[in-house]
Design a protein around this ligand. Structure first.
Ligand SMILES: [Ca+2]
Ligand SMILES: [Ca+2]
Ligand SMILES: [Ca+2]
Ligand SMILES: [Ca+2]
Length: 388
């Protein structure tokens, strides 16, 4: 693919952009609150309103229903199943959990267990988990969720509301994206997954699990570019000798999470991460070619239940905004192959398919009454393809 150059916007462009976005319907209001992970949450965080329902819950099953549930099967024993899911503030924890976030409005405790046990991920990237939760308690929670044996507790690396968790081991600390002068709002969870050598050889898997600033205002757009720039500076560091971190050359890496990619702005941050085109080169250094073979990264864009028809990862039928691909999985296609990928949508599965998977039709809905999906789970089965 030819390398595209997305040059820094001129001040005039930025003014036009600011004028434009302020007159454009903003992105999903329900996710505006999602940036308020810090103790000093602004009053705006409480301004989440939900319109009256326009459809009955019964009409939410999306025809035609599919009997196919084979997409859920692991393609091979060599694959690595990775999942990304913005669960909506602490919805997966019980109502009376003292560490529930002040923005918690929903309970999807049972649905989350069914979804996790049906998907059986090796590694997950979760967003909107209260920053107060420590990795030990999250490890205990996820181990119980998966029903794993106690001698194999899930390992967790978390920062802000971003959680990386795996049934494998995590390499020793030192992979955090929170060093130096990186502002707290720009940090993301980062970790090296220690893949079992007997199954995967000597290669391990590096992951950056992100939650980008929500909102459609000029300041939100620029903040997202800063978050992407901080990630690219981190990638440049781990790809080159010296600095704070060196990864073994050819180590596959994945950038994933709720990127808040809207169609209502030019999503500069996504371009930055795919192309390595740093937006503010004065602060974050020069452009880079992020993949190990000095090419761009690949954007997975999985489809609903692997059918190749629907691709959105966020939907709210009581909101004026169209369903969108807010969540992404970006990866080093020089060293990773994709054997299988899907966005799980239980709403389009037949009763037989749901029964076979142990799922219920509204398991991916946050609020059936309002047709409020919020985010859907993204899943990919990667396979290591060796040196670039
Ligand atoms: Ca290993
Ligand atoms: Ca380095
Ligand atoms: Ca640049
Ligand atoms: Ca590439």
């Amino acid at each position: 693919m030819p390398r595209m150059v997305w040059s820094k916007l001129s001040p005039i462009w930025l003014l036009l952009l600011a004028a434009c976005v302020s007159n454009t319907p903003g992105p999903p209001t329900a996710t505006i609150a999602s940036t308020q992970a810090l103790p000093q949450a602004s009053p705006a965080a409480t301004e989440v309103e939900v319109s009256p329902p326009t459809e009955s819950a019964a009409s939410l099953a999306l025809e035609p229903l599919s009997d196919n549930f084979q997409f859920m099967q692991r393609p091979s024993s060599e694959s690595i199943r990775v999942m990304s899911y913005n669960i909506n503030w602490d919805s997966i924890f019980p109502d009376n959990d003292p560490k529930n976030h002040s923005l918690r409005d929903f309970n999807r405790v049972d649905a989350f267990v069914r979804v996790m046990q049906a998907i059986q991920p090796d590694v997950v990237c979760l967003q909107e988990i209260n920053y107060l939760r420590g990795h030990d308690e999250l490890s205990e929670f996820l181990t119980a969720t998966m029903g794993a044996s106690p001698d194999q507790p899930w390992q967790v690396a978390n920062i802000r509301d971003n959680v990386i968790a795996t049934r494998f081991d995590l390499a020793e600390r030192g992979y955090e994206l929170e060093k130096g002068n990186v502002r707290i709002n720009l940090t993301q969870a980062a970790a090296l997954i220690d893949l079992p050598d007997e199954q995967y050889g000597e290669t391990d898997l590096h992951m950056i699990c992100s939650h980008f600033k929500a909102g459609g205002q000029y300041g939100d757009i620029i903040e997202r570019t800063r978050q992407a720039d901080a990630i690219m500076a981190y990638v440049r560091d781990f790809k080159t000798p010296g600095g704070e971190l060196d990864l073994k050359p050819g180590t596959p890496f994945i950038l994933l999470g709720d990127f808040n990619v809207y169609e209502t702005d030019p999503h500069l941050h996504l371009r930055t991460m795919l192309l390595g085109d740093v937006y503010d080169e004065d602060l974050y250094g020069e452009d880079l070619r992020p993949d190990w073979d000095e090419t761009v990264l690949e954007d997975l864009e999985p489809s609903h239940n692997g059918l190749g028809e629907e691709f959105y990862t966020w939907r709210n039928d009581s909101d004026p905004f169209a369903p969108g691909l807010l969540d992404r999985i970006i990866y080093t296609d020089s060293v990773l192959g994709v054997e299988n990928a899907f966005v799980l949508n239980t709403m389009t599965l037949s009763d037989q398919a749901l029964a076979a998977l142990g799922l219920m039709r509204d398991d991916v809905l946050l609020d059936a009454q309002f047709g409020y999906y919020d985010h859907l789970p993204l899943v990919v089965d990667f396979v290591l393809t060796g040196a670039p």
